[in-house]
Ligand binder design. Structure first.
Ligand code: ADP
Ligand code: MG
Length: 544
C-alpha cells in the first residue's frame, strides 16, 4: 500500500474483525461472564439455573454440564468454555462447574497482568509451569482407595450428590446403594492389578411415577418394551435369546408396483404364500432352540401368531443401543439375516420376564451370561425429578468409576486446592521474573474455588480463605470449609471425598482453555462453509 497508495484489502469490506488487545479483552470478558454465571451453582449450596428454550420448555438444574449444554451461547470464546465443560463431563463425569470457574478466574487474573504490560506468552508459561507443579503435588497427596473399601466409595457418592437436588434424605441412601453396587458388579479386575470399569455396562432406564425410593438396580438388562403378543409367554426361564437386526415381515412390494388380482383365489394364494414364508422364518428360529426373540425391527402379526404358538417370547422395535446391550450381556450375536441363523448365535439368560413397573410394562433380562451388566430403573413423581436423578446417577457413577480405576482419592471442600496453593507458594520463590506473577495468579485462582463454595453457602469468602490458609500453615493438610457452619474442619473426617482424577482433569482443562484464549490475538468472521452446515443437519440415523 505504501507503494501505490491504494489500500490492500485482504478481507471483504465490512468483515467483522477484532484484533490485538481488543480481541483478547473481548474474549476474556466473554469467558468471565460465562464463569460468573456458573459460579453461583458451585458446591452443595449452589443455586439452580432455570433454562428456558424457544418453545418455553424448561430445565432446572445446578449441574454444570447440563447448564452449558442447554445454554445458547454465541460468543466464540464462551463457546470454548462450553466445549471444555462438555469434555470434562464426557471424560470424568464430574467437576464441570469447577473447570469453568477456574478458567474464568485464571483469565481474570491474566487480565490484571496484561494491564501491567505483561505479555500473554509470559502469563501462559507461568500458568503451565504452575499447573505441572500442582499436578505433581496432587499426585503426591492422593490417597489410595480400594474397591473393597465400601465406606469410602459411599462417601465419594455422597460428596457428588451433595450438590444435587436428590442429594438429601432417604433418596440419597438409595442412590448411594445403587451406585456402589453397580460399580462393584461391573468392575473387572485387570491381570496386572487394578480395575477396569466400563460404564457402558450400566443402563439407566427412566420411568416416571412412584417415588425415587422405588428405583431399582437389576443385574441384567431392562427394556422399556412389552411382549409383543398376548398369546406369548410372559416369563421364560433358561432363556435362549435370539437378538435380531432384521424384520420378521415379508417385504411388501412398494406402492408403485400394482398387483393385479383377478380372482379371489389368486388373492388367497398370495396371502397363503406370505403366511408360508413367515411360518418358515419362525420354524427356522424355533429350530435353533430359541425361546426369546428380541429384534430391532418389526414383527408381522402373522409371525407373532406363529411365535406365540411355538411358546416364544418376542419383543420388537428395540432401539439399537439396547440391542447392543442385550447382545453384550447375553453373549448373543446380532443376527441380520434369518437364513444365516445358527444355534451358537443365541445368547443366554436365566430369566426373561415382562413385569409391571408403575402403569407400564417392561421386559427384564436377568441372570445373563455376562454377569457384568446392570440396569438402574429410576422412578420419580415427576419428570424433572427423574431427569435430575439421572444426572446425579451419571455424575456419581463416573466419580466412583474414576476412583476405582485410578485407585486415588483426595479430600474436597477446598482442602486439596488450598494445600496445593500453599505448597506452590513455597515453590514459586524459585521462579524468576514476571512469570512469578503469573504463578501467583494461578495460586489465587485455585483458592477462588473454596472461596466460591463458601460464598455460595452464605459465608464470608475472605474470612474463610484466611482461616483455611492458617489451618494449612499449621500442617492440617486436609482442612476444608464446612458448608453448614463456615468453620474449618478436616474433610476426611467430614467424609468429603473425591476421585483425584476429577481434580487433575479440572485443573488441566481449566488451565488449557485459559491459555488457549490468551493465545488468540485475532478474531475474524470466517466464511460460512456450506458443507459444514450440511454435515450438521444430517439427521443421526437409527433409534426410532
Ligand atoms: P462440579 O460441577 O465442579 O462438580 P459441584 O457443584 O458438584 O461442582 O461442586 C463441587 C465442589 O463442592 C467440590 O469442590 C467439592 O469438594 C465441594 N463439596 C461437595 N460436598 C461438599 C461438602 N459437604 N462440604 C464442602 N464442600 C463440598
Ligand atoms: Mg459435582
Amino acid at each position: 500500500m505504501a507503494v501505490s497508495g491504494v489500500p490492500v484489502l485482504i478481507l471483504k469490506e465490512g468483515t467483522q474483525r477484532t484484533y490485538g488487545r481488543e480481541a483478547l479483552r473481548n474474549n476474556i470478558l466473554a469467558a468471565k461472564v460465562m464463569a460468573e454465571l456458573l459460579k453461583t451453582s458451585l458446591g452443595p449450596r449452589g443455586l439452580d439455573k432455570m433454562l428456558v428454550d424457544a418453545f418455553g420448555d424448561i430445565v432446572v438444574t445446578n449441574d454444570g454440564a447440563t447448564i452449558v449444554k442447554e445454554m445458547e451461547v454465541q460468543h466464540p470464546a464462551a463457546k470454548l468454555l462450553v466445549e471444555v465443560a462438555k469434555a470434562q463431563d464426557a471424560e470424568v463425569g464430574d467437576g464441570t462447574t469447577s473447570v469453568v470457574v477456574l478458567a474464568g478466574t485464571l483469565l481474570e487474573k491474566a487480565e490484571k497482568l496484561l494491564d501491567e504490560n505483561i505479555h500473554p506468552s509470559i502469563i501462559m508459561s507461568g500458568y503451565t509451569k504452575a499447573l505441572s507443579k500442582a499436578l505433581e503435588i496432587l499426585d503426591n497427596m492422593a490417597i489410595p482407595v480400594d474397591i473393597e473399601n465400601e465406606a469410602e466409595l459411599r462417601k465419594i457418592v455422597e460428596t457428588t450428590l451433595s450438590s444435587k437436588y436428590t442429594g438429601h434424605g432417604p433418596e440419597k441412601q438409595k442412590i448411594i446403594d445403587m451406585v456402589v453396587e453397580a460399580i462393584k458388579i461391573i468392575a473387572q479386575k485387570k491381570p496386572d492389578g487394578g480395575y477396569n470399569v466400563d460404564l457402558d455396562l450400566v443402563k439407566i432406564e427412566k420411568k416416571k411415577g412412584g417415588s425415587l425410593l422405588d428405583s431399582k438396580l437389576i443385574r441384567g438388562v431392562v427394556l422399556d418394551k412389552e411382549v409383543v403378543h398376548p398369546g406369548m409367554p410372559k416369563r421364560v426361564e433358561n432363556a435362549k435369546i435370539l437378538v435380531l437386526d432384521a424384520p420378521l415381515e415379508i417385504q411388501k412390494p412398494d406402492i408403485t408396483t400394482k398387483i393385479r388380482v383377478t380372482d379371489i383365489e389368486q388373492l388367497d394364494r398370495f396371502l397363503e404364500e406370505e403366511t408360508r414364508l413367515l411360518k418358515e422364518m419362525v420354524e427356522k428360529i424355533a429350530a435353533t432352540g430359541a425361546n426369546v426373540v428380541i429384534t430391532q425391527k418389526g414383527i408381522d402379526d402373522v409371525a407373532q401368531h406363529f411365535l406365540a404358538k411355538r411358546g416364544i417370547l418376542a419383543v420388537r422395535r428395540v432401539k439399537r443401543s439396547d440391542i447392543e446391550k442385550v447382545a453384550r450381556a447375553t453373549g448373543a450375536k446380532i443376527v441380520t439375516n434369518i437364513d444365516d441363523l445358527r444355534p451358537e448365535d443365541l445368547g443366554e439368560a436365566e430369566l426373561v420376564e415382562e413385569r409391571k413397573v408403575g402403569e407400564d410394562k417392561m421386559v427384564f433380562i436377568e441372570g445373563a451370561k455376562n454377569p457384568r451388566s446392570v440396569t438402574i430403573v429410576i422412578r420419580g413423581g415427576f419428570e424433572r425429578l427423574v431427569e435430575e436423578a439421572d444426572r446425579a446417577l451419571h455424575d456419581s457413577l463416573s466419580a466412583v468409576a474414576d476412583a476405582v480405576m485410578d485407585g486415588k482419592i483426595v479430600a474436597g471442600g477446598g482442602a486439596i486446592e488450598v494445600e496445593i496453593a500453599r505448597r506452590l507458594r513455597e515453590w514459586a520463590k524459585t521462579i524468576e521474573g514476571k512469570e512469578q506473577l503469573a504463578v501467583e495468579g494461578f495460586i489465587k485462582s485455585l483458592e477462588s474455588l473454596p472461596q466460591t463454595l463458601a460464598f455460595n453457602a452464605g459465608h464470608d469468602p475472605i474470612e474463610v480463605l484466611m482461616k483455611l490458609r492458617s489451618a494449612h500453615e499449621e500442617g492440617k493438610k486436609w482442612a476444608g470449609v464446612d458448608i453448614e457452619t463456615g468453620e474449618i474442619v478436616d474433610m476426611w473426617e467430614k467424609g468429603v471425598i473425591e476421585p483425584a482424577r476429577v481434580k487433575t482433569n479440572a485443573f488441566k482443562a481449566g488451565t488449557e482453555v485459559a491459555s488457549l484464549i490468551l493465545r488468540i490475538d485475532d478474531v475474524i468472521a470466517a466464511k460460512r462453509e456450506e458443507t459444514k452446515e450440511d454435515k450438521k443437519s444430517t439427521p443421526s440415523s437409527e433409534e426410532d
